[in-house]
Design a protein around this ligand. Sequence first.
Ligand code: NDP
Ligand SMILES: CC(C)=CCC[C@@H](C)[C@H]1CC=C2C3=C(CC[C@@]21C)[C@@]1(C)CC[C@H](O)C(C)(C)[C@@H]1CC3
Length: 429
Amino acid sequence: MKPNKHKATHSAEKEFGGALGATCIPVFLPLTVLYLLSVCRSPAASVLQWPPHLPPAAQLWDPLAAVLVVGWITLQSFLYLLPIGKVRYVLYMYMFIFVDMIVTRILHLYFLGFHALSITAVLLIVCLWLGMPLGYLFELILPLAVCAIGVSYLLSMYLYIRSFWAPQHALSLGGNTGNPLYDFFMGRELNPRIGDFDLKYFCELRPGLIGWVVINLGMLMKEVELRGSPSLAMQLVNGFQLLYVTDALWNEEAVLTTMDIVHDGFGFMLAFGDLAWVPFTYGLQAMFLVVHPQSLSTLGAAGIILLNGIGYYIFRKSNSQKNQFRRDPTHKSVAHLETIATATGKCLLVSGWWGFVRHPNYLGDLLMALAWSLPCGMSHILPYFYVIYFTILLIHREARDEKHCRAKYGLAWDTYCRRVPYRILPYIY
Ligand SMILES: NC(=O)C1=CN([C@@H]2O[C@H](COP(=O)(O)OP(=O)(O)OC[C@H]3O[C@@H](n4cnc5c(N)ncnc54)[C@H](OP(=O)(O)O)[C@@H]3O)[C@@H](O)[C@H]2O)C=CC1
Ligand SMILES: CC(C)=CCC[C@@H](C)[C@H]1CC=C2C3=C(CC[C@@]21C)[C@@]1(C)CC[C@H](O)C(C)(C)[C@@H]1CC3
């Protein structure tokens, strides 16, 4: 079959530093993952050390890692395809870029992220019971990351090539500029699917997110091997991040309204972000604790648990309030909230959580990020990598979302911004 001839959207404004950013980021970020993992396991754990702590090439490859990564993705794909869980009929919107027209298609998806996590947990318990040395993940972490990066490159190439056979209306607005490197990075096709298998939705929530908590558990088991029992700091990091991942999978339908699913194409940025960046950098704290044990006072631990609790409360309540409002604005939990009407027919909340700041969910997420790093003490900057990166990501994301909302809601958005002047942190930002 011949590839389709697509019209490029040259007018779409380029993001992430344009073609230069799209050329450098796919080289720079994978190297950053390997560098961070390698520094994290070194006794000094100093990101500022010169010459930098680089892993010897021999430590980067192990065939066992390739088997584990491929086996893991296969297992999660199998769990994704199991016809159990809540079935939802999802309205997918395809925008015709040149004609001002929106086409909708109804797809059915099974929501069973939580089932996938639970079945994986049972399988892990069985493996541990059979004596599988999960702590070996610590030794294998660099080859595992190399394989995950390799898979994300292969997947992005497949996505780029197959997008030329996709119809024009299935392409994303931002990833179809005609510049191959930029389009490869941003992703041309919006929601690529093989039959009923939605590749972007699967990658966003399953292998990387569940892989992250399995790696954390591996670090905990390594600590048990080395010191006889897991430290309080390790238990807190594992517990907090498991709560975050469980929450994401329990509320997995909510991901369908995020800009990654609705707006961004599926290209290298998301494939690498989902499959390599999340599992191998979000859990750096647990890896750090294996080599740099910390003693935590009961009072300190209580303070950190409280911070994580407050962050989680703000994150969950604000996300649920918006999701409920978008699903059914007449529902009794949101019907009393003040709103602004927009020309699209949709309303914007101006009271409740969304009248406090324009992104209360980001605020909660950032408080949690801080709580995940504090158990690692104050002696090193490395365990704070996630908070620093995440602050930058969310500030950039907020700016991108603001641009989309201004384009979508026009004057109503400006009124909302006047009513709710702070973006993430009241009186500061
Ligand atoms: N851990 C991680 O790495 C990451 C986590 N996240 C988390 O994911 C979650 C989702 O984030 P994200 O997708 O960025 O954005 P949001 O969930 O904040 O969604 C933004 C959208 O919400 C709608 N909206 C904005 N303001 C209002 C309002 N006042 N009333 C009603 N609707 C409004 C708009 O869409 P519309 O009007 O079309 O409904 C807007 O585009 C967040 O909790 C975030 O912290 C995000 C990125 C990375
Ligand atoms: C540096 C780089 C390559 C960045 C790519 C960004 C991705 C890592 C993130 C973009 C949006 C994400 C979301 C989550 C994880 C990180 C990525 C993929 C998320 C699945 C985490 C759990 C949350 O509860 C969530 C479901 C709301 C969230 C959705 C967005």
